[in-house]
Design a protein around this ligand. Sequence first.
Ligand SMILES: [Zn+2]
Ligand SMILES: [Zn+2]
Length: 329
Amino acid sequence: MNILYHPLKCSGCAQEFPFPSIARAYTDLPQAEGRSATHFSQMLLLPVWCHQCEGASWVERIPAAREFALAAGLRRMLGRARHEGIDDDLLDLDDADFAWLYQHLAERQAPPFCVECGSTRIAPIDTTQRDTGLLHEACWDSPILFHGFPIGSIGFRSGRESYAHRFHDVTGQIAWTRLQVQGFLQYRLGAVLEVRRDDPCHAVLTSIIRLIANGCSERAIAALAPLVDAQVPAALGLLGALHVLGEGVAHSGTAAAPLLEKAKALGNACAAHNLASLYATGAPGLAQDTSRARQLFGDALAMGGQYEPDDFYAQDDYTSMRGHFYRPA
Ligand SMILES: [Zn+2]
Ligand SMILES: [Zn+2]
Protein backbone atom coordinates (compact mmCIF):
# COMPACT_ATOMS: atom_id res chain seq x y z
CA MET A 1 0.00 0.00 0.00
CA ASN A 2 1.03 3.57 -0.39
CA ILE A 3 2.82 5.04 2.60
CA LEU A 4 0.90 8.06 3.74
CA TYR A 5 3.13 9.10 6.60
CA HIS A 6 6.11 11.36 6.29
CA PRO A 7 9.08 10.25 8.36
CA LEU A 8 11.47 12.76 6.72
CA LYS A 9 10.93 16.39 7.63
CA CYS A 10 12.91 19.60 7.05
CA SER A 11 13.79 21.26 10.35
CA GLY A 12 13.62 24.70 8.69
CA CYS A 13 10.47 24.93 6.60
CA ALA A 14 8.72 21.81 8.02
CA GLN A 15 8.27 20.37 4.51
CA GLU A 16 7.64 16.62 4.70
CA PHE A 17 9.05 14.06 2.26
CA PRO A 18 6.87 10.94 1.94
CA PHE A 19 8.34 7.59 0.95
CA PRO A 20 6.79 6.10 -2.20
CA SER A 21 4.81 2.86 -2.02
CA ILE A 22 6.71 -0.01 -0.45
CA ALA A 23 4.40 -2.54 -2.18
CA ARG A 24 6.90 -3.99 -4.62
CA ALA A 25 7.63 -7.41 -6.03
CA TYR A 26 9.87 -9.01 -8.63
CA THR A 27 8.02 -10.68 -11.44
CA ASP A 28 8.90 -12.94 -14.37
CA LEU A 29 5.76 -11.65 -16.09
CA PRO A 30 4.97 -10.78 -18.80
CA GLN A 31 8.33 -11.93 -20.20
CA ALA A 32 7.59 -15.49 -19.06
CA GLU A 33 4.99 -15.75 -21.85
CA GLY A 34 3.12 -18.81 -20.76
CA ARG A 35 5.83 -20.42 -18.66
CA SER A 36 4.07 -22.32 -15.92
CA ALA A 37 6.45 -21.49 -13.08
CA THR A 38 5.52 -17.83 -12.90
CA HIS A 39 6.47 -16.28 -9.63
CA PHE A 40 6.23 -13.04 -7.71
CA SER A 41 8.94 -12.47 -5.14
CA GLN A 42 9.14 -9.90 -2.43
CA MET A 43 11.80 -7.15 -2.85
CA LEU A 44 14.19 -6.23 -0.09
CA LEU A 45 14.41 -2.46 0.14
CA LEU A 46 16.60 0.13 1.79
CA PRO A 47 15.53 3.74 2.43
CA VAL A 48 17.42 6.45 0.51
CA TRP A 49 17.27 10.09 -0.43
CA CYS A 50 17.07 10.44 -4.22
CA HIS A 51 18.59 13.64 -5.63
CA GLN A 52 16.70 13.10 -8.89
CA CYS A 53 13.28 12.70 -7.21
CA GLU A 54 14.32 15.32 -4.60
CA GLY A 55 12.70 13.17 -1.98
CA ALA A 56 12.63 9.96 0.01
CA SER A 57 12.76 6.73 -1.95
CA TRP A 58 13.99 3.14 -1.90
CA VAL A 59 16.75 1.05 -3.47
CA GLU A 60 16.84 -2.72 -3.77
CA ARG A 61 18.84 -4.43 -1.10
CA ILE A 62 21.03 -6.86 -3.02
CA PRO A 63 22.68 -9.17 -0.51
CA ALA A 64 26.22 -10.35 -1.25
CA ALA A 65 26.72 -14.03 -2.14
CA ARG A 66 28.29 -14.49 1.32
CA GLU A 67 25.17 -13.08 3.02
CA PHE A 68 22.96 -15.43 1.00
CA ALA A 69 25.13 -18.42 1.97
CA LEU A 70 25.06 -17.42 5.64
CA ALA A 71 21.29 -16.86 5.58
CA ALA A 72 20.74 -20.21 3.84
CA GLY A 73 22.58 -21.89 6.72
CA LEU A 74 20.71 -19.94 9.38
CA ARG A 75 17.34 -20.66 7.76
CA ARG A 76 17.97 -24.38 8.32
CA MET A 77 18.18 -23.72 12.05
CA LEU A 78 15.79 -20.83 12.16
CA GLY A 79 14.40 -21.51 15.61
CA ARG A 80 17.85 -21.20 17.12
CA ALA A 81 18.65 -18.07 15.11
CA ARG A 82 15.48 -16.39 16.35
CA HIS A 83 16.37 -17.45 19.85
CA GLU A 84 19.69 -15.70 19.55
CA GLY A 85 17.94 -12.53 18.43
CA ILE A 86 19.33 -12.43 14.90
CA ASP A 87 17.37 -9.88 12.93
CA ASP A 88 17.77 -10.25 9.17
CA ASP A 89 15.23 -9.71 6.38
CA LEU A 90 16.72 -12.72 4.52
CA LEU A 91 15.44 -14.89 7.36
CA ASP A 92 11.91 -13.44 7.25
CA LEU A 93 11.23 -14.35 3.59
CA ASP A 94 9.27 -17.47 2.74
CA ASP A 95 11.29 -20.29 1.15
CA ALA A 96 10.09 -19.71 -2.43
CA ASP A 97 10.98 -16.00 -2.29
CA PHE A 98 14.36 -16.71 -0.71
CA ALA A 99 15.16 -19.27 -3.42
CA TRP A 100 14.08 -16.85 -6.16
CA LEU A 101 16.20 -14.00 -4.80
CA TYR A 102 19.19 -16.30 -4.31
CA GLN A 103 18.90 -17.48 -7.92
CA HIS A 104 18.38 -14.05 -9.49
CA LEU A 105 20.26 -11.55 -7.33
CA ALA A 106 23.43 -13.32 -6.25
CA GLU A 107 25.15 -12.50 -9.55
CA ARG A 108 23.92 -8.92 -9.93
CA GLN A 109 26.72 -6.40 -10.58
CA ALA A 110 24.79 -3.23 -11.50
CA PRO A 111 24.93 -0.39 -8.96
CA PRO A 112 21.79 0.18 -6.90
CA PHE A 113 19.39 2.83 -8.17
CA CYS A 114 16.24 4.62 -7.05
CA VAL A 115 13.38 2.19 -7.72
CA GLU A 116 11.08 5.12 -8.59
CA CYS A 117 13.15 6.97 -11.21
CA GLY A 118 16.19 4.79 -11.93
CA SER A 119 18.72 7.42 -10.84
CA THR A 120 21.96 6.40 -9.10
CA ARG A 121 22.21 9.85 -7.45
CA ILE A 122 21.10 8.50 -4.10
CA ALA A 123 22.24 8.76 -0.49
CA PRO A 124 21.49 6.04 2.06
CA ILE A 125 19.38 6.97 5.08
CA ASP A 126 20.52 5.51 8.39
CA THR A 127 17.22 4.82 10.15
CA THR A 128 18.96 4.48 13.51
CA GLN A 129 19.85 8.19 13.40
CA ARG A 130 17.60 11.23 13.59
CA ASP A 131 20.20 13.31 11.74
CA THR A 132 20.24 12.16 8.11
CA GLY A 133 23.11 14.40 7.01
CA LEU A 134 20.77 15.69 4.28
CA LEU A 135 20.25 19.40 3.74
CA HIS A 136 17.22 21.11 2.23
CA GLU A 137 18.82 23.31 -0.42
CA ALA A 138 15.57 25.21 -1.01
CA CYS A 139 15.67 26.69 2.49
CA TRP A 140 19.28 27.67 3.21
CA ASP A 141 20.45 24.12 3.76
CA SER A 142 18.29 23.37 6.79
CA PRO A 143 18.88 19.83 8.05
CA ILE A 144 16.33 17.16 7.04
CA LEU A 145 15.54 14.89 9.99
CA PHE A 146 14.28 11.30 10.18
CA HIS A 147 11.31 10.94 12.50
CA GLY A 148 11.06 7.14 12.49
CA PHE A 149 8.68 4.76 10.77
CA PRO A 150 5.47 4.40 12.78
CA ILE A 151 4.78 0.94 14.17
CA GLY A 152 1.48 -0.81 13.52
CA SER A 153 -1.69 0.67 12.12
CA ILE A 154 -1.71 4.15 10.68
CA GLY A 155 -5.27 4.55 11.86
CA PHE A 156 -8.78 4.23 10.57
CA ARG A 157 -9.36 5.91 7.25
CA SER A 158 -12.42 5.99 5.08
CA GLY A 159 -13.31 7.41 1.70
CA ARG A 160 -11.51 6.87 -1.56
CA GLU A 161 -8.02 5.40 -1.46
CA SER A 162 -5.64 4.25 -4.15
CA TYR A 163 -2.88 1.67 -3.80
CA ALA A 164 -0.05 1.24 -6.27
CA HIS A 165 1.73 -2.09 -6.39
CA ARG A 166 4.86 -1.96 -8.52
CA PHE A 167 6.26 -5.06 -10.22
CA HIS A 168 9.95 -5.05 -11.12
CA ASP A 169 11.91 -7.22 -13.53
CA VAL A 170 15.03 -9.11 -12.46
CA THR A 171 17.22 -6.09 -13.26
CA GLY A 172 15.23 -3.98 -10.79
CA GLN A 173 13.46 -1.85 -13.42
CA ILE A 174 9.71 -1.32 -13.05
CA ALA A 175 7.96 -3.67 -15.48
CA TRP A 176 4.37 -2.73 -14.69
CA THR A 177 2.15 -1.30 -12.00
CA ARG A 178 -1.13 -2.51 -10.58
CA LEU A 179 -3.30 0.31 -9.34
CA GLN A 180 -6.22 -0.41 -7.10
CA VAL A 181 -8.80 2.16 -6.09
CA GLN A 182 -11.28 1.50 -3.36
CA GLY A 183 -14.08 3.18 -1.53
CA PHE A 184 -14.51 1.96 2.02
CA LEU A 185 -16.85 -1.09 1.85
CA GLN A 186 -18.33 0.19 -1.42
CA TYR A 187 -16.20 -0.68 -4.41
CA ARG A 188 -12.79 -1.93 -5.47
CA LEU A 189 -11.43 -1.27 -8.94
CA GLY A 190 -8.15 -2.46 -10.43
CA ALA A 191 -6.10 -1.96 -13.59
CA VAL A 192 -2.61 -2.71 -14.87
CA LEU A 193 -0.48 0.22 -16.05
CA GLU A 194 2.45 -0.58 -18.30
CA VAL A 195 4.77 0.90 -20.87
CA ARG A 196 7.18 -1.51 -22.53
CA ARG A 197 10.90 -0.80 -22.73
CA ASP A 198 10.84 -0.67 -26.56
CA ASP A 199 7.97 1.89 -26.73
CA PRO A 200 9.16 5.08 -28.52
CA CYS A 201 7.36 7.08 -25.78
CA HIS A 202 8.81 5.00 -22.93
CA ALA A 203 10.36 7.87 -20.94
CA VAL A 204 7.34 10.19 -20.94
CA LEU A 205 4.83 7.40 -20.33
CA THR A 206 6.95 6.05 -17.47
CA SER A 207 6.86 9.45 -15.77
CA ILE A 208 3.09 9.66 -16.37
CA ILE A 209 2.58 6.24 -14.72
CA ARG A 210 4.73 7.42 -11.79
CA LEU A 211 2.45 10.46 -11.41
CA ILE A 212 -0.64 8.23 -11.41
CA ALA A 213 0.90 5.80 -8.90
CA ASN A 214 1.77 8.69 -6.61
CA GLY A 215 -1.75 10.13 -6.68
CA CYS A 216 -1.15 13.02 -9.12
CA SER A 217 -3.75 11.98 -11.71
CA GLU A 218 -4.62 15.49 -12.88
CA ARG A 219 -1.02 16.22 -13.89
CA ALA A 220 -0.84 12.78 -15.49
CA ILE A 221 -3.96 13.37 -17.57
CA ALA A 222 -2.68 16.76 -18.77
CA ALA A 223 0.60 15.13 -19.84
CA LEU A 224 -1.26 12.26 -21.48
CA ALA A 225 -3.59 14.42 -23.63
CA PRO A 226 -1.21 15.17 -26.55
CA LEU A 227 -0.15 11.49 -26.72
CA VAL A 228 -3.79 10.39 -26.82
CA ASP A 229 -4.43 12.92 -29.61
CA ALA A 230 -1.51 11.39 -31.50
CA GLN A 231 -3.08 7.92 -31.03
CA VAL A 232 -0.03 6.53 -29.20
CA PRO A 233 -1.22 2.98 -28.33
CA ALA A 234 0.08 2.84 -24.73
CA ALA A 235 -1.35 6.33 -24.07
CA LEU A 236 -4.80 5.30 -25.31
CA GLY A 237 -4.55 2.23 -23.09
CA LEU A 238 -3.53 4.31 -20.07
CA LEU A 239 -6.45 6.70 -20.48
CA GLY A 240 -8.73 3.68 -20.83
CA ALA A 241 -7.30 2.26 -17.59
CA LEU A 242 -7.96 5.58 -15.83
CA HIS A 243 -11.60 5.34 -16.92
CA VAL A 244 -11.70 1.79 -15.50
CA LEU A 245 -10.46 3.19 -12.19
CA GLY A 246 -12.32 6.50 -12.20
CA GLU A 247 -8.96 8.06 -11.41
CA GLY A 248 -9.04 11.73 -12.48
CA VAL A 249 -11.74 10.93 -15.08
CA ALA A 250 -15.21 9.35 -14.93
CA HIS A 251 -15.45 5.68 -13.90
CA SER A 252 -17.12 4.52 -17.09
CA GLY A 253 -17.18 1.32 -19.10
CA THR A 254 -18.65 3.34 -21.95
CA ALA A 255 -15.58 5.59 -22.02
CA ALA A 256 -13.00 2.91 -21.16
CA ALA A 257 -13.94 0.17 -23.65
CA PRO A 258 -13.38 2.06 -26.96
CA LEU A 259 -10.01 3.42 -25.76
CA LEU A 260 -8.86 -0.05 -24.69
CA GLU A 261 -10.22 -1.59 -27.93
CA LYS A 262 -8.29 0.96 -30.00
CA ALA A 263 -5.05 0.39 -28.02
CA LYS A 264 -5.48 -3.37 -28.34
CA ALA A 265 -6.03 -3.08 -32.11
CA LEU A 266 -2.72 -1.16 -32.25
CA GLY A 267 -0.96 -4.06 -30.49
CA ASN A 268 -1.06 -3.01 -26.82
CA ALA A 269 -1.21 -6.21 -24.74
CA CYS A 270 -1.80 -4.42 -21.43
CA ALA A 271 -4.93 -2.76 -22.85
CA ALA A 272 -6.18 -6.19 -23.96
CA HIS A 273 -5.76 -7.45 -20.38
CA ASN A 274 -7.56 -4.44 -18.87
CA LEU A 275 -10.38 -4.79 -21.41
CA ALA A 276 -10.74 -8.47 -20.45
CA SER A 277 -10.86 -7.49 -16.76
CA LEU A 278 -13.50 -4.88 -17.54
CA TYR A 279 -15.76 -7.50 -19.15
CA ALA A 280 -15.05 -9.94 -16.29
CA THR A 281 -16.49 -7.49 -13.74
CA GLY A 282 -18.71 -5.17 -15.79
CA ALA A 283 -18.68 -1.40 -15.35
CA PRO A 284 -21.17 1.46 -15.75
CA GLY A 285 -22.44 1.29 -19.34
CA LEU A 286 -20.84 -2.12 -19.96
CA ALA A 287 -22.51 -5.39 -18.95
CA GLN A 288 -20.49 -8.23 -17.46
CA ASP A 289 -19.66 -10.78 -20.18
CA THR A 290 -17.59 -13.73 -18.98
CA SER A 291 -17.17 -15.42 -22.36
CA ARG A 292 -15.99 -12.15 -23.95
CA ALA A 293 -13.60 -11.76 -20.99
CA ARG A 294 -12.20 -15.25 -21.57
CA GLN A 295 -11.65 -14.54 -25.26
CA LEU A 296 -9.91 -11.23 -24.47
CA PHE A 297 -7.67 -12.74 -21.77
CA GLY A 298 -6.67 -15.28 -24.44
CA ASP A 299 -5.89 -12.45 -26.87
CA ALA A 300 -3.84 -10.64 -24.20
CA LEU A 301 -1.79 -13.78 -23.49
CA ALA A 302 -1.20 -14.33 -27.21
CA MET A 303 0.09 -10.73 -27.36
CA GLY A 304 2.54 -11.42 -24.48
CA GLY A 305 0.37 -9.71 -21.87
CA GLN A 306 0.38 -11.96 -18.80
CA TYR A 307 0.00 -10.23 -15.45
CA GLU A 308 -1.42 -13.03 -13.29
CA PRO A 309 -0.22 -16.52 -12.35
CA ASP A 310 -1.36 -19.26 -14.74
CA ASP A 311 -4.22 -20.53 -12.54
CA PHE A 312 -5.94 -17.15 -12.78
CA TYR A 313 -6.63 -17.76 -16.46
CA ALA A 314 -8.05 -21.23 -15.89
CA GLN A 315 -11.02 -19.97 -13.85
CA ASP A 316 -14.55 -20.64 -15.12
CA ASP A 317 -16.05 -17.33 -14.12
CA TYR A 318 -13.11 -15.26 -12.78
CA THR A 319 -14.31 -15.67 -9.22
CA SER A 320 -11.00 -14.23 -7.98
CA MET A 321 -12.14 -10.93 -9.47
CA ARG A 322 -15.34 -10.89 -7.42
CA GLY A 323 -13.57 -8.61 -4.99
CA HIS A 324 -13.27 -6.13 -7.86
CA PHE A 325 -16.67 -4.72 -8.45
CA TYR A 326 -17.70 -1.55 -10.10
CA ARG A 327 -18.93 1.54 -8.42
CA PRO A 328 -22.65 2.09 -9.03
CA ALA A 329 -23.14 5.19 -11.17
ZN1 LIG B 1 13.12 23.26 4.30
ZN1 LIG C 1 14.46 8.82 -7.76
